[in-house]
Write a protein that binds this ligand. Structure first.
Ligand code: UDP
Ligand code: MG
Length: 311
């Protein structure tokens, strides 16, 4: 039997937490009773700098329920930072990460433990359907996976951050020094034997999504630029293409050398200038994005800061 730690990142989740407490307490209680996990197994809630009553709720729950623990980050570090704080800062044999809104089916955790016992080090939770999401969310999310694979980033289709990892896998994950941790692309790089469990994603039981379009786009671009150099290659490609077009243009001008006309050439000149300036600015922007990434990496700032813990 192994000690399981279920890490639950929470950012302004006061509406949904009461339900989450109930579900998690029942689930872990049941698993302990059935001797799937040790009785030292816990659910660890991480408050990611919430501005609502999240910390009050989880710290109180941690004091009242022996199965619960809580830690508070010093500010909002983002979903990935909160997950890492839970996994890196607490000791266990098995780590499972699941969102506070319980959109991912907690009952899969039982199946995950079984798969670990069959010799896997990582078990990915994969969504079967996305019926509960709005059309927009489904469309953008699926587009994201498509674009990522097109850009050569290997991520598991329809797997978010619901997964279980052995202590050994988490120790190896710690050896990835990058600050820009896009976990769903880094975890597969850890290797080891892995498997998947499938579930239906249900609607949020309460509260709002903490990932509006703007954050989603930022997250997607982070994923792309941390794992793919295709955009930089694209810049080079566009450069070649435009140069070729330019050469054709010069050729045409030479052919028309004897043509008459007063201010002929004005339109084409202006067009060329605007097109080239645009392409150059875009190219510089993309290169700048990667330099910004390097800038963030060399600083090696902490991924999370734990302010307080209740055990
Ligand atoms: N979350 C977090 N920090 C943030 C944003 C979100 O810890 O800055 C948590 C949030 O509380 C939830 C999980 O990450 O447990 C996923 O967020 P959400 O459900 O809002 O995203 P969605 O499922 O809509 O993509
Ligand atoms: Mg959610």
């Amino acid at each position: 039997m192994q000690k399981l730690l279920i890490v639950v990142p929470c950012y302004n989740e006061e509406e949904v937490l009461p339900t989450t407490f109930k579900t998690m307490s029942e689930l872990v209680g049941k698993m302990i009773k059935e001797q799937l996990i040790t009785d030292t197994s816990r659910v660890h809630f991480v408050d990611d700098g919430s501005t609502d009553k999240t910390w009050e709720l989880i710290s109180k729950a941690a004091k009242e329920n022996i199965l619960f623990e809580a830690s508070k980050l010093s500010r909002n570090f983002g979903h990935q930072g909160a997950i890492l704080a839970g996994m890196y800062d607490n000791d266990a044999d098995l780590y499972c990460t699941i969102d506070a809104d319980l959109q991912d089916d907690p009952n899969c955790i039982i199946e995950m433990v079984e798969k670990i016992n069959q010799g896997n080090d990582i078990v990915y939770g994969v969504r079967k359907k996305r019926n509960s999401d709005t059309f927009f969310k489904r469309f953008t999310a699926q587009g994201f996976y498509k674009i990522m694979s097109w850009l050569g980033v290997k991520i598991i289709y329809n797997h978010a951050d619901f997964r279980m990892m052995s202590k050994r896998a988490v120790e190896k994950l710690k050896q990835f020094p990058e600050r820009n941790l896009f976990l769903r692309a880094v975890v597969p790089l850890v290797g080891f034997k892995s498997d998947m469990v499938y579930y239906d994603r249900t609607p949020r039981t309460a509260g709002q999504t903490k990932y509006p379009l703007k954050k989603m786009l930022a997250f997607a671009w982070d994923g792309v630029s941390s794992f793919s150099i295709v955009p930089l290659r694209l810049v080079t490609l566009v450069g070649f293409l435009i140069s070729f077009l330019g050469a054709c243009f010069v050729f045409k001008i030479l052919l028309n050398y004897n043509a008459h006309g007063a201010v002929s050439g004005w339109a084409s000149t202006v067009t060329l200038i605007t097109v080239f300036s645009g392409v150059q600015l875009i190219s510089l922007g993309i290169i700048g994005e990667y330099i910004a990434k390097i800038f963030m990496e060399v600083k090696q700032r902490p991924l999370y800061i734990v302010e307080e813990k209740v055990k």
